[in-house]
Design a protein around this ligand. Structure first.
Ligand code: 13P
Ligand code: SF4
Length: 301
């Protein structure tokens, strides 16, 4: 922490001077998550809480689609992302043109789009979802069949929990696709009694072999409410580090996969973002209205 003190003090001061807040995803490193963030959570919580922000400036410590979502919900505020290159393999897996082709192939089916997508893809969709509300969103439409994009594994995991028929795309999260059922078998063998929590972006056979699956916020709540003696979170590495801070008596087994996009955000570039007012997130006005509607429709479910 000593090496971080300087940046943390400077960022706290800049936040006051610029009337800024920092929204941080659960995958941000502990010095960001516990050191400078004002609002933390999963993608759904960050979107919901972005709507309530009263500050003039939002710094999104997370990946680009999260900053775009915050901007869609706060068109008049300045939204900054400390590194424009913080992308996402899911967001990169689909374009608005792909959605147009899918709609032509499946006339009349609603398009449910994961928030891990560009604003242009959201604009081409009917409604968004996150891993925290996907089943409710799919069922809210009152139809027997939907397209659910772009995460194949999330779509298949949701399909196991609903009667609604789901047509998926072939996008994957480069972090969660790496977990295997063999990893779980080895963990159970090496750490008797370990409770295995998996993110729904993991392959369905991994979710099936886990004890419980849920969004990052749901995993965090599981640890807080159920207090397992020993737990492993099959997700991005910083997640366990952040949750473990609040639960010194829980034994966290920590095999994990790093998200290189989330890790582009550092205290150094958060400080620079506030000092230099960069990088400012903007949304093409031609798509902003339609993208906002898809997100707002989700938030109303
Ligand atoms: P949630 O925090 O919504 O579970 O999403 C995980 C993720 O991979 C976001 O990039
Ligand atoms: Fe995208 Fe996966 Fe990284 Fe989340 S963890 S930002 S889904 S690549």
């Amino acid at each position: 922490w000593m090496s971080f003190e300087d940046d943390i003090a400077a960022i706290q001061d800049l936040k006051r001077r610029r009337n800024a807040v920092i929204l941080a995803h659960n995958y941000q490193t502990p010095e960001i998550f516990h050191g400078v963030a004002d609002i933390v959570g999963d993608s759904l919580a960050l979107a919901r809480k972005a709507m309530e922000v009263e500050a003039d400036v939002i710094v999104l410590a997370g990946v680009h689609f999260m900053a775009e979502t915050a901007k869609l919900l706060n068109p008049k505020k300045t939204v900054l992302i400390p590194d424009m290159g913080a992308g996402c393999s899911l967001a990169d897996s689909i374009t608005p043109e792909d959605i147009a082709l899918l709609r032509a192939a499946h006339p009349g089916l609603p398009v449910v789009t994961y928030v891990n997508t560009s604003a242009a893809v959201k604009a081409a969709s009917d409604i968004c979802c996150t891993s925290g509300n996907a089943v409710q969103v799919v069922e809210s439409l009152g139809v027997p069949k939907v397209l659910m994009l772009p995460d194949e594994f999330l779509a298949r995991n949701v399909a196991r929990q609903t009667k609604v028929e789901i047509i998926a795309w072939h996008g994957h999260c480069e972090v969660h696709e790496l977990f295997t059922p063999a990893d779980i078998a080895e963990l159970r063998e090496a750490h008797p009694g370990v409770v295995v929590l998996a993110h729904p972006e993991c392959p369905p056979e991994v979710v099936a072999a886990a004890d419980f699956a849920g969004s990052t916020a749901v995993m965090s709540d599981y640890v807080a409410n159920r207090k397992p003696a020993r737990v492993v979170l099959l997700t991005e590495c910083s997640m366990s580090d952040n949750v473990a801070v609040h639960h010194p008596d829980v034994d966290f087994v920590r095999p994990c996969n790093l998200c290189p996009h989330m890790k582009r955000i550092t205290l150094g570039n958060i400080r620079q973002a506030l000092e230099e007012n960069r990088q400012e997130v903007t949304i093409d006005p031609a798509i902003a209205g339609a993208a906002r509607r898809a997100v707002e429709r989700m938030l109303a479910v």
